[in-house]
Each structure stands twice: as structure tokens, then as C-alpha cells.
Design a protein around this ligand. Structure first.
Ligand SMILES: Cc1cc2nc3c(=O)[nH]c(=O)nc-3n(C[C@H](O)[C@H](O)[C@H](O)COP(=O)(O)O)c2cc1C
Length: 367
């Protein structure tokens, strides 16, 4: 008997290809609010626990992930669905992205937390604007979780868009400490959200922010809480080597490629023609980040490129590459690991697979 979330996802899967023919503003409206209904149904469910075969286990920084795939940041922003993810058979769990102050997210043209799917292209756009309950509330929630073995918990954080300079960094580090006290297993710093202003993305500005985190957090860590930094899948190849050098020198533990893309002109041409009108409306009205299949090649390419650099200049610490962007199948995972990724995260692909396989989505991948 399908659960409520499975039923919503299946009906939506059937309706989606037709829904994108609605006037674009209406389609965006429907999906932006419909997403919230689906996510709350998902969070309230208690699916049957799925077995994860031993061979999928991966160990990073001494943490045992029972599989190499988990949700990407932004899916369970406030620490929802922890037990759901465990029962479904995910390799671990990532909460956030959170900011210092609670945020309600973006609204424009009467649409709150704008989101649009492009089902035929296996892609989506979002301009959510980091809605979240704030570091303190989410850290408190994570601290209360009944922990599962071999199922590490991560937390994603970012500097608050409404703060700037040193104050923003102080708040970020305070948030990192709250998560450390909540005994999360790893942290991910989001350096790449296209939907809010959060400081300059020049190499110089990124270096300054990372230096601050290194001095105020990494060097003061009493226990080995790994910290990775997530960059955009739009990251220029020329920036990969300097970024890795900075991360390794400053004592970070990994990198994630990556976040959504704003390379609209390139992605538009790859979209199914039926979905280009919705894409044009969305990108011209909100901008936002593109996710899913259009990122598959660039995320893999960045992982391979970064891995080659790290092989030539091995860091002195244990350093891992995480791949996010367009991952949707067992083959994508195999390619990721061959290219040098230690772990994969998924977002758009998760919802696509959930529509087909429901709560057994991870189990089907492992089959
Ligand atoms: C609706 C939505 C919200 C997102 N929110 C966040 C976020 O809060 N923090 C973050 O680091 N990434 C966020 N992302 C980006 C995803 O974590 C992921 O990096 C991106 O979607 C590429 O992966 P995918 O192709 O599997 O979707 C969001 C993506 C989507 C679609």
C-alpha cells in the first residue's frame, strides 16, 4: 500500500509533463507550494527499514557511512526526515543549510520559495533563498536525535546573507561550535548558494573567509570534526587548483563539487523544448540555481580534475572529494568513485527516483 508521500509523488510524476504546459507563472506557483506539502508528508512517514548490503560501506575520516550516497544540503534544511532517510537506506544524513538567523526564504511576484521542475529534462530550478530555522534551533534538534550506527550526521552552514564582514564569519563559527556541541559527525560550509548574496565569490574573498574559519575553528578543534567546503558546479577549472591548495593548506578535510548552476544559456539548449518556456520564465523572473541532469557532466569533470591535482600534490591530511550534481543512478555512483569521489550526494535525482521507487529508492539502487 503506497504511503501518502509515495502517492503524491506518483501522481505528480504522471501529471508533471502536462503541468509544465500551464502558464509558467501558474506552474511555478503550483510546484512551489506543492513541494512543501510533499516534504511534510515525507517527514511524517515511517517506511519499512531497508537493508543496505555491506559492500556499499565507505569510510571517510574514520566515519563509517553504510553507503556512498546521501541527501544533498537543502533537502532537510531544518533536520527533518532523519529517521526516514535511515529507514530508506541512505548512507548518511545532511541537515541544513542553516544561517545564524532564521529565514523565511525568497518571495517575488506572489510566489514564495520559487521552484520549478523540468521533468523531461530531469532537471529543476530553485530560488528558495535559504529558508531555515537558524543554526541554534537546528543544532538543538540534531542533538536530540536517537543516533543510528554507521549513519553519520552532517550539518551544512553558511554566512547569513544579512550580515557582512567579520560579524558574518563570527556568527558562522558560532554556528559551527553549536553543531560540534550537538555532536554532529561532519560539517559542510556552503560557499556557493546562487540565491542569496553572501559575500564576494572572488578567490581572494573566499580565501579570507576560509582563513578565518581555519584560525577560529579548525585549529581550535578538540575532536576531529571534519569540515568540507561546497563550491558551485560552475567553478572554473582554473580556480580548482588554487582552491584545493587553500583548503589543504588551511586544514580543511574535503571539497564538494557542487552546488547548483547559473549557467543558464548553456543549460537552456540541453533542456527538452517543451520545458524551455518555463525555464525562460523562471530564470528571467527569479534567476535561481539549475540542478539535476544538466550538472551531471560538470560535477563529474570537476571531481576528476580535482582528483588529478590531489594525486600530483597529495595533502598531508585525509582529504576527500564529494560529488553532487546530476547523480541519479548506480552508474553515476560508480563513475563518481572511479573519478576520485569518496561520497555522493543527490537532490533532484532523489525526487525523480522517489517518484518511481518510493521509499525503496536506495534499495533499488543497491539491487
Ligand atoms: C530546492 C533546492 C534547494 C537547495 N538548497 C540548498 C541548500 O540549502 N544548501 C546547499 O548547499 N545546496 C542546496 N541546494 C543544492 C543541492 O544541494 C545540490 O548541490 C544541487 O541541487 C545539485 O545536485 P542535484 O543535481 O542532485 O540536484 C538546493 C537545491 C535545490 C533543488
Amino acid at each position: 500500500m503506497p504511503t501518502t508521500a509515495e502517492t503524491i509523488a506518483r501522481l505528480d510524476h504522471i501529471a508533471r509533463p502536462f503541468m509544465v504546459h500551464l502558464p509558467p507563472q501558474m506552474a511555478t506557483h503550483v510546484y512551489s507550494s506543492g513541494r512543501n506539502v510533499f516534504l511534510s508528508a515525507l517527514a511524517s512517514e515511517k517506511p519499512a527499514p531497508q537493508h543496505v548490503p555491506e559492500e556499499h560501506r565507505r569510510t571517510l575520516w574514520g566515519l563509517h557511512f553504510r553507503a556512498g550516497l546521501l541527501n544533498a544540503a537543502g533537502m532537510f534544511k531544518n533536520g527533518e526526515s532523519y529517521d526516514v532517510a535511515f529507514r530508506q537506506g541512505a548512507g548518511g544524513y545532511l541537515a541544513g543549510t542553516t544561517t545564524a538567523h532564521p529565514r523565511t526564504g525568497n518571495t517575488r511576484n506572489g510566489i514564495t520559495k520559487p521552484f520549478a521542475p523540468y521533468p523531461r529534462s530531469r532537471a529543476a530550478s530553485n530560488w528558495l533563498g535559504l529558508p531555515n530555522d537558524g543554526h541554534a534551533a537546528v543544532a538543538k534538534r540534531l542533538a536530540a536525535f536517537e543516533r543510528h550506527e554507521d549513519f553519520p550526521i552532517g550539518a551544512s552552514l553558511m554566512t547569513a546573507p544579512e550580515s557582512s564582514g567579520k560579524a558574518a564569519l563570527e556568527e558562522l563559527v558560532k554556528g559551527m561550535r553549536l553543531y560540534a556541541e550537538a555532536r554532529v559527525d561532519f560539517l559542510e560550509i556552503n560557499e556557493s548558494c546562487p540565491n542569496v548574496a553572501h559575500g564576494s565569490s572572488s578567490l581572494e574573498a573566499i580565501t579570507e573567509r576560509l582563513e578565518y574559519i581555519s584560525i577560529e575553528f579548525l585549529r581550535k578543534r578538540s575532536d576531529a570534526l571534519p569540515v568540507v567546503v561546497k563550491f558551485s558546479t560552475d567553478t572554473a577549472k582554473a580556480d580548482v587548483e588554487p582552491l584545493l591548495r587553500i583548503l589543504c593548506t588551511l586544514g580543511f578535510d574535503g571539497v564538494n563539487f557542487g552546488n547548483t548552476s547559473i549557467n543558464y544559456a548553456v543549460h537552456r539548449t540541453a533542456l527538452h523544448s517543451d520545458e524551455q518556456a518555463l525555464f525562460d520564465y523562471f530564470t528571467q523572473t527569479f534567476g535561481g540555481g539549475v540542478s539535476g541532469e544538466p550538472l551531471r557532466a560538470s560535477s563529474l569533470d570537476l571531481v576528476r580534475f580535482a582528483n588529478d591535482i590531489l594525486r600530483q600534490n597529495p595533502p598531508s591530511q585525509e582529504f576527500h572529494i564529494i560529488r553532487t550534481g546530476g547523480v541519479a543512478s548506480q552508474l553515476d555512483m560508480e563513475e563518481s568513485f572511479s573519478a576520485g569521489a569518496s561520497l555522493c550526494q543527490w537532490y533532484t535525482g532523489y525526487f525523480e527516483r522517489f517518484a518511481e521507487d518510493g521509499h525503496r529508492l536506495y534499495a533499488r539502487l543497491w539491487a
